[in-house]
Design a binder for this molecule. Structure first.
Ligand SMILES: [Zn+2]
Ligand SMILES: [Zn+2]
Length: 268
């Protein structure tokens, strides 16, 4: 199994050294890892939250991946990035992504441009909007992001989901449109165990959405979204069991933003 979504101390809200993440992955028999710190967004109106690297940290981060590859030459360590989509940053994103030798670019939306305050996805309070409308405003950002063609894989697709309000029930048209877009531009979809550690207590994306992903034969990227070494490969035995229970599906392996595929049946 691969763990393709790992944070670093550069993110400023993750703990442990990058070396510790590698050692934990090896201890847990992960076959490959990809670090994916949050991309810097200069002058971002983030409401004082320290959520990401500074622009100057990027070179240090890439150098750290090279240092780790030298320290652990037999263990594949990929250099990825978790890139937030936010209106107005498309040109910047394109420039940064072309400048660095990334193996994988994850798309995530943590801020909805039209929302008040600091746009934070997890702080919404809209008494006059239905949950379906709130979900839909988040999915509109994902659709815009996909249309830029700047990303390889959509991370934690239903990260907005609230306990007791299943996304597919209220927003199936959004999900179908997004999966069709992913298919049209050869994007993969992340299956991420961090939802199990959150209040919603289920994987991203939910099982019913995952069934639609697999029915379209979209490649999957497996991940823990660890923000500390202890969470590397979190719940991977359960994830493996889930993958084996699905109709055969493709797991993506990335190198320099190009995927090759492994059948989930061959995962050990
Ligand atoms: Zn994070
Ligand atoms: Zn993440």
């Amino acid at each position: 199994m691969f763990d393709y979504h790992l944070h670093t101390p550069y993110c400023r809200h993750a703990s442990g050294s990058m070396d510790e993440y590698v050692l934990k992955a090896m201890e847990r028999a992960v076959e490959e890892i990809c670090f994916t710190p949050h991309l810097p967004l200069p002058d971002f109106p983030r409401g004082g939250r320290d959520l990401r690297m500074d622009r100057e940290d990027l070179d240090r981060y890439v150098a750290d991946v090279h240092r780790l590859r030298a320290r652990f030459p037999d263990f594949p360590i990929l250099c990825g990035i978790e890139a937030d989509y936010y209106d107005g940053y498309e040109g910047y994103l394109e420039k940064i992504l072309s400048r660095y030798p990334f193996d994988l670019v994850l798309l995530s939306v943590h801020f909805v441009h039209s929302w008040p305050g600091d746009n934070w996805l997890f702080g919404f309070d809209f008494p006059d909007k239905s949950i379906s409308q709130i979900y839909s405003e988040y999915f509109a950002e994902i659709k815009k992001a996909l249309k830029t063609g700047l990303f390889d894989c959509v991370a934690h697709l239903d990260v907005i989901k609230q306990p007791g309000s299943p996304v597919l029930q209220s927003n199936s048209a959004d999900i179908i449109e997004i999966l069709d877009l992913c298919q049209a531009i050869n994007m993969s979809v992340e299956i991420n165990t961090s939802g199990l550690r959150k209040r919603v207590a289920e994987i991203y994306p939910a099982r019913d959405i995952l069934d639609l992903v697999v029915a379209r034969d979209l490649p999957l990227v497996t991940s823990s979204d660890a923000h500390d070494p202890q969470s590397v490969a979190h719940a991977f035995p359960d994830l493996l069991a889930l993958l084996k229970s699905l109709p055969d599906c493709r797991i993506a392996r990335y190198r320099q933003r190009s995927p090759t595929f492994i059948s989930a049946r061959n995962l050990g």
